[in-house]
Design a protein around this ligand. Sequence first.
Ligand SMILES: C[S@@+](CC[C@H](N)C(=O)[O-])C[C@H]1O[C@@H](n2cnc3c(N)ncnc32)[C@H](O)[C@@H]1O
Length: 259
Amino acid sequence: MSHEVFNRVAEAYDAARPGYPEGLYDALSTLSSISLAGATVVDVGAGTGISTRGLLSRGARVVAVDPGERMLARLVARTASAGVVVGDGNALPLRSGVADMVCYAQAWHWLRPEESFKEALRVVRPGGAVAAWWNSVDLGTTASTSAADWLVAYEVRLAETCPGYWGPALPHWSIPPVAAVMTDEGLEVREAWIPWTRDVSVDEFLLDLRSHSFVASLDDGAVERLLRRERTQLLKVFADGELTVPMRVYLAIARKADG
Ligand SMILES: C[S@@+](CC[C@H](N)C(=O)[O-])C[C@H]1O[C@@H](n2cnc3c(N)ncnc32)[C@H](O)[C@@H]1O
């Protein structure tokens, strides 16, 4: 099962994965015309609760759904006000029409594409919205940014070392095609790219790297070799041990037709 790889790295994920910029939560409301304050949001693939806590901070009531018990245990440990359901996003254990919004933060690509989206549409009320977003490093592919050479080199090394790597260093890489699935359902899709900057220590950045599925799938020896190599490489560029990482969030959101 796809969630098991995350259960193995739940501690690193919880400690070191970045949050989402405030602009993402602004865009959820602006593009859907649904205020998060007081809204009921189902966070599918909630994991350790990064997205759940962001939504709660905007005043939403959040139901966090994930089949990964160790990931959810981290969420529960520090997210007292979330409702929590151990469950599969392909067959949500929730009544039809209960949510103002169903969202997937960094998660939809782990589910069955069409089936999970139909489930989200079932659970969302008429006029509600389904949203999916992904955080990724920004290799300078948008008109407003230029490439950070160290980051391009870092991603290329990961692509060469990790057989499961799927990211912007690959020429055929693209954002998961959630917008196409929304369009196939006859919905009007709104999309946004939200740039932001992550300031992070080399230590935390490497702990974050440990939590990625393409690293978690390597054997233990290979993981340690990779992390040693990357520490050396990053400290050559950032001798003080502090990184500035260009990032961007891609968001796709669509509203279900009113009653
Ligand atoms: C990359 S993590 C995203 C976690 C969190 N939303 C965040 O923003 O950090 C992907 C999550 O999807 C979950 N997942 C995998 N298969 C799933 C499924 N069938 N239904 C719901 N969640 C699933 C994994 O357990 C994992 O917690």
